[in-house]
Design a protein around this ligand. Structure first.
Ligand code: SAH
Length: 371
């Protein structure tokens, strides 16, 4: 689809309606990919005046602790020269600003590379990081030096594929049009039984299996580069570790959940990240899986309590706001448990701070697959 088509009268909804009328239902993955491309291309969705708030926009402590984590593992790896800071989907550039400031105090001043497709957000990122280099995807990142890579709420924006169990077997979940012209989920016609993992094959009618081939592809590429170039990576997102059934696709607009199918391109579409699967993908591609922790436990282990205390002492008028931000980032009822941090590193690199590796994702998977 070209930019001109996306800007056509009626917007993306009209384009989808014409396409579905002409050729039949489109896949959930196609719908989500086009809707998010349009959504991000033209706006700054972050903050209280926007649609949603991400962790780096809640407090500088989030990016600072990530910067310190990167500097720490880089130092323990022997301070290799020429490392690059790489961020996938850097939003407003806030996380990078806080992380690079903290890292530079620890002696780490890397080249900065951003993977970002949105022209609007690239503009904001350029204002905050004039010296950075931009990439449309990972393929053009430097291939000859270690990478210190961060992706916060990036994988959740990538398109998921859904399979639904019907009376006639498994089918791809698609988007069609009802008689009133509204988008609705429908089952595809082609049998998809072969694409369903054995453990879910006998799930009841209506069951949904969700996968994210695009997220697996990104993690595979990152892991392969860590294995051949050195470095470490942090993927932070909401998600789950044990395999599960059901759709996690959701749409958010102005801080409210809205109908996924109502206005494609006008709300942020996300799906939870399957951290068990991406950890396996990373290990198969040659990276070390350092652990997957709840965001709250990880930030606590890295010392968010002490950092909050020193910020509050330096700015007593802001003490309440700092305390509120700490709770928001770490409390189990807020972002502390649903949001997870997965660490990866090159095979020869040391362990990462903040991970307690009591439950390797591979073991979780294996035990969950037992009868
Ligand atoms: N990391 C930021 C922004 C998260 S929103 C934060 O935490 O605030 C998702 C980000 O990923 C946006 O910058 C969006 O433009 C970008 N993005 C989404 N899909 C992308 C894709 N396929 N390729 C590159 N960037 C993408």
């Amino acid at each position: 689809m070209t930019g001109d088509e996306r800007d056509a009268p009626g917007g993306l909804a009209a384009v989808f309606a014409r396409l579905i009328t002409a050729t039949g239902p489109i896949s959930i993955a196609h719908y989500m990919a086009e809707a998010n491309a349009r959504y991000y291309a033209s706006r700054d969705p972050f903050g209280t005046a926007g649609d949603f708030v991400t962790a780096p926009e809640i407090s500088q402590m989030f990016g600072e602790l990530i910067g310190l984590w990167l500097a720490d593992i880089w130092q323990r790896a022997g301070c290799p020269d020429g490392v690059c800071y790489v961020e996938l989907g850097p939003g407003r550039g806030t996380l990078a600003r806080d992380a690079l400031r903290a890292a530079s105090r620890a002696g780490l001043v890397p080249e900065v590379h951003f993977v970002e497709t949105s022209p609007a957000l690239r503009g904001l990122q350029r204002a905050a990081h004039p010296g950075a280099a931009w990439h449309d995807d990972l393929s053009t990142l430097p291939a000859d030096r270690p990478l210190l890579l961060v992706a916060n709420e990036f994988l959740d924006a990538l398109p998921v594929r859904q399979l639904v169990r019907t009376a006639g077997g498994w089918r791809e979940r698609m988007v069609g049009l009802n008689a009133a012209g509204a988008f609705i989920p429908v089952a595809g016609t082609r049998p998809m039984d072969a694409a369903v993992p054995d453990s879910f094959a006998e799930a009841g009618e209506g069951a949904i299996v969700e996968t994210c081939p695009a997220a697996a592809a990104v993690v595979q590429e990152v892991a392969g580069r860590l294995a051949s170039q050195g470095g470490a990576a942090l993927f932070i997102d909401y998600g789950y570790v044990e395999p599960q059934l059901g759709s996690t696709l959701q749409a958010v607009r102005a801080h409210q959940k809205v109908n996924v199918f109502a206005e494609p391109g006008e709300a942020d579409l996300t799906a939870h990240v399957d951290f068990g699967t991406v950890a396996q993908v990373a290990e198969q591609a040659g990276a070390r899986w350092l652990g997957t922790s709840g965001q709250g436990a990880w930030l606590a282990a890295l010392g968010i309590g002490a950092r909050a205390g020193s910020l509050a002492r330096a700015a007593p008028h802001a003490a309440e706001a700092i305390e509120a931000a700490t709770i928001r980032l770490t409390a189990p009822a807020e972002m502390g448990t649903l949001f997870k941090v997965m660490g990866l590193a090159a095979p020869g690199w040391p362990d990462g701070a903040g991970f307690n590796r009591v439950s390797p994702a591979t073991t979780d998977r294996d035990s969950a697959a037992l009868p």
